[in-house]
Write a protein that binds this ligand. Structure first.
Ligand code: IPE
Ligand code: IPE
Ligand code: MG
Length: 237
């Protein structure tokens, strides 16, 4: 039943709890990540079907580089598989893939597959899917500041011309609208360095369900709750 859903224009998701889900099931953490990729397919397909314009999924943070090497390696292996296997899903649903984050530390194989999938889907006109990989909100703002400073130093930009719009133009995915709704799974009440600039006025919805178990019903529950929010943007309403 989707009759009473209010579909946000832009959605961001902190996909958390893969490890806890696996542990509870008596499995290795990586099995949780594996199941997590199935949840990604469900959410991407359903958001596209419902008419979400932009979906940004937090897949790997800058801080996640501090995890054990073995987990990182397995995670990127899963990501590589996902980037190839899900091409038909992206094409069938008219989804355009984009990357948000730093490229420097990503393994060459991952980058190649990422770029190939981005190129393959570049002509799709439906939902835009931002995959945040090696992403950090502070790092994004640092990179934007550095790019602006360079332009100012070269005389291309006057210091007084640096306003909110100018800063926003230097973020990793300036073309995406700010999230209306930020979803976090697995119950933590924090943003973990995700989209610090863009979530200024996002509605936040936290589910206790771990990411591998996040399905259509939870997504619909989030959208239903979103529909009941009163967004004031600082005004009196
Ligand atoms: C989220 O699940 C996936 C990534 C951060 C890559 P976690 O791996 O953080 O799972 P928990 O939070 O330990 O349960
Ligand atoms: C946030 O989850 C990052 C991703 C979902 C990719 P974490 O598991 O890394 O966040 P913390 O460490 O609990 O804040
Ligand atoms: Mg976690």
């Amino acid at each position: 039943m989707t009759g009473d859903l209010v579909v946000p224009r832009s959605v961001a998701v902190i996909m958390d709890g893969n490890g806890r889900w696996a542990k509870r099931a008596g499995l290795e953490r990586i099995r949780g990540h594996e199941r997590g990729t199935e949840a990604v397919r469900t959410t991407v397909t359903e958001c596209a079907r419902l008419g979400v314009e932009a979906l940004v999924l937090y897949a790997f943070s800058e801080e996640n580089w501090k995890r054990p090497k073995r987990e990182i390696k397995l995670l990127f292996g899963l990501l590589e598989r996902f980037l190839v296997q899900e091409r038909p899903t992206l094409m069938d649903n008219d989804v355009r893939l984009l990357h948000s984050g730093r490229r420097e530390r990503l393994p060459a194989d991952v980058l190649a597959l990422l770029d190939e999938t981005i190129a393959l889907t570049a002509g799709n006109r439906g939902m835009r899917l931002g995959l945040a990989i090696s992403y950090g909100g502070r790092q994004e703002l640092t990179d934007a500041t550095r790019a602006i400073a360079r332009r100012v130093a070269q005389g291309e930009l006057a210091p007084d011309a640096v306003d909110e719009a100018e800063l926003a133009r230097h973020l990793y995915l300036p073309e995406l609208p700010d999230p209306d709704l930020l979803i976090r799974t697995a119950g933590e009440l924090r943003v973990s360095n995700f989209l610090l600039w863009q979530i200024s006025y996002a509605e936040i919805w936290v589910s206790d369900v771990c990411w591998p178990e996040f399905g259509r019903d939870e997504l619909h529950a989030a959208f239903r709750d979103y529909g009941r929010r009163v967004r004031r943007f600082g005004e009196v309403r």
